[in-house]
Design a protein around this ligand. Structure first.
Ligand SMILES: [Zn+2]
Ligand SMILES: [Zn+2]
Length: 121
């Protein structure tokens, strides 16, 4: 339930189908001073935090396949750019060992820790 901030549309992750209204798209969240994000992304005002500068990152576009994906660890990761996990898996040898190891840990298909917009940034 979003009580403030004007939704510009609905963000939907193409992988997990997480859906949420977003209030901005781009690298500069509104009402923030000096915050420039590393990527163009969908975000919304944090409805649970009265501070104006608080916002939630919902997701952005994969730099390889251009799919809209959420920032949940089951769907994408950020390594200099945003990559959806299917693309990471496809080009895994091009990622550093640390990321390969992290991904190897995520093999459990029944993982329940899906990201939700309630999570703090
Ligand atoms: Zn997702
Ligand atoms: Zn991709």
């Amino acid at each position: 339930v979003i009580s403030h901030g004007v939704a510009r549309g609905a963000f939907t992750c193409e992988l997990c189908e997480l859906s949420s209204p977003y209030t901005f798209y781009g690298q500069k969240p509104p009402n923030t001073r000096g915050i420039v994000l590393l990527e163009e992304c969908y975000g919304m005002r944090d409805p649970f935090n009265p501070e104006k500068e608080k916002f939630l990152l919902l997701g952005s576009k994969c730099s390889v396949c251009n799919k809209t994906v959420c920032v949940g660890t089951e769907c994408s990761l950020f390594y200099t750019k945003r990559f959806c996990l299917p693309c990471v898996r496809e080009h895994l040898d091009q990622f550093p060992e640390q990321i390969q190891t992290e991904l190897a840990k995520k093999k459990s298909p029944n993982s329940r820790d899906r990201w939700s917009p309630e999570d703090e940034l």
